[in-house]
Design a protein around this ligand. Structure first.
Ligand code: TYC
Length: 111
């Protein structure tokens, strides 16, 4: 009776190592536009098109929402991008002497 060694495969050794990699989505931050009584509407729309690359229609919608409700979410970004855009808004507001302000709000972490 012959034995077929090729099927028994007795000499194969294999080391399995498992690396536990946890990949977590970064926290996202909403840039929220705040209303005030002094900044001209056109300036707000210009800032939204310039800093956030929103089109005219969307910029107008966000400006009007802030104007009527007190605040409006412009968009969400990772922290560094959100903070950079907030500083860009602050710099433009200061340069043109308007009190326009944005704040950051952390998005709920259950995503
Ligand atoms: N309320 C301002 C005005 O009447 C316009 C304005 C809109 C200002 C939105 C800020 O985030 C803002 N001139």
């Amino acid at each position: 009776m012959s034995e077929d060694r090729s099927l028994t495969n007795t000499n194969d050794t294999e080391t399995l190592s498992e690396e536990i990699v946890s990949v977590k989505k970064p926290d996202m931050y909403k840039v929220v536009l705040l209303n005030d009584d002094y900044t001209p509407r056109d300036f707000v729309v210009w800032v939204l098109t310039t800093v956030f690359f929103k089109n005219q229609q969307e910029s107008t919608r966000i400006m009007l929402e802030a104007h009527t409700k007190g605040k409006s979410v412009i968009a969400s970004y990772t922290y560094d991008i959100a903070k950079t855009k907030l500083v860009q808004v602050e710099n433009l507001a200061e340069k043109y002497e308007h009190p326009l302000k944005c704040i950051l709000e952390v998005e709920s972490g259950d995503n």
